[in-house]
Write a protein that binds this ligand. Structure first.
Ligand SMILES: Nc1ncnc2c1ncn2[C@@H]1O[C@H](COP(=O)(O)OP(=O)(O)OP(=O)(O)O)[C@@H](O)[C@H]1O
Ligand SMILES: [Mg+2]
Length: 255
């Protein structure tokens, strides 16, 4: 369809042509224009998501060594453990969960329970890798490091806005990994500091309907003793299928 153009526009177009400027855009149909705008917006959105994905993983995350860690399902070696079957089992369970969450678009929390060095963080990272492949904003938070920030916050004032931001991102991340959850408890039978519990409560409430992966060395009853039980009941999945229990496995961390 040829558009009717006003004399003013025609004059401008001629002037533009004279200066060698392309005027094809002006002659597009409304459909073509809508299509062009949609393509432009899609491109913008894609670029924005790519940038945010990187920010959540690299900038907003709280890594134990300050830099991102990678682990994939391919890196998982069942033979590293004496109990090969148990080692295969936890990986298979995690892979099945990942398929449900990533391919079928479901969302629920998953907890990795077990003693130190058995591979809990590794499998959580393998899941994170699959989420990131499909473009999700994944954030990793070492609970130990976060607790350290709370402890230092009153001496180092610049940590206050930093922690504030971290809490905000923890609410917004599409997938959140809470690593070493429970290490923030202050010694035997002592609870988690109240300000950190308050933040966790906010985070857990804001994340309703999203996926959070939790790794812990503690038993669920121990977590219930150190946190307000309301937080634990909302955070830790009760469905056994969503609890990956590392049983009969040894510490394989190389020191
Ligand atoms: N089955 C496995 N295949 C390959 N590497 C493994 C396996 N299990 C553990 N590892 C490696 O051993 C080290 C310890 O594993 P990881 O950090 O996942 O343990 P964890 O259960 O999270 O321990 P912690 O409770 O101390 O945090 C890591 O370097 C990890 O990559
Ligand atoms: Mg770990």
């Amino acid at each position: 369809m040829e558009l009717a153009l006003s004399p003013v526009i025609l004059k401008l177009m001629n002037e533009a042509k004279r200066r060698g400027i392309s005027v094809d855009d002006v002659r597009e149909t409304p459909d073509q224009r809508a299509q062009r705008e949609k393509e432009f917006e899609d491109k913008q959105r894609k670029a924005w998501r790519k940038g945010m994905k990187k920010k959540f993983w690299e900038e907003y995350s709280v890594w134990p060594d300050g830099k991102p860690e990678e682990f994939t399902f391919r890196d998982w070696r069942p033979n590293i453990q004496e109990n090969v079957e148990a080692t295969k089992y936890v990986a298979r369970q995690t892979l099945n969960i990942t398929k449900e969450l990533v391919e079928q678009g479901k969302s629920y929390n998953v907890v990795f329970l077990g003693t130190p060095g058995v591979g809990k963080t590794s499998l959580a990272l393998a899941m994170a890798n699959e989420f990131r492949k499909v473009g999700k904003f994944v954030m990793f938070v070492s609970t130990t490091e976060l607790k350290r920030m709370y402890d230092n916050m009153y001496d180092k004032k610049d940590l206050i806005p930093k922690v504030d931001n971290i809490v905000t991102w923890m609410k917004k991340a599409e997938v959140l990994i809470l690593d070493d959850f429970g290490t923030e408890g202050m010694g035997r039978d002592k609870g988690v500091r109240v300000d950190m519990q308050n933040s966790m409560y906010e985070v857990v409430n804001a994340r309703k309907g999203k996926t959070t992966l939790i790794t812990t060395n503690n038993r669920i009853e121990e977590l219930q003793a150190m946190y307000d039980p309301k937080i634990i009941s909302r955070l830790i999945p009760k469905n056994k299928d969503h609890q990956v229990v590392f049983k009969g496995m040894e510490d394989v961390r190389e020191v």
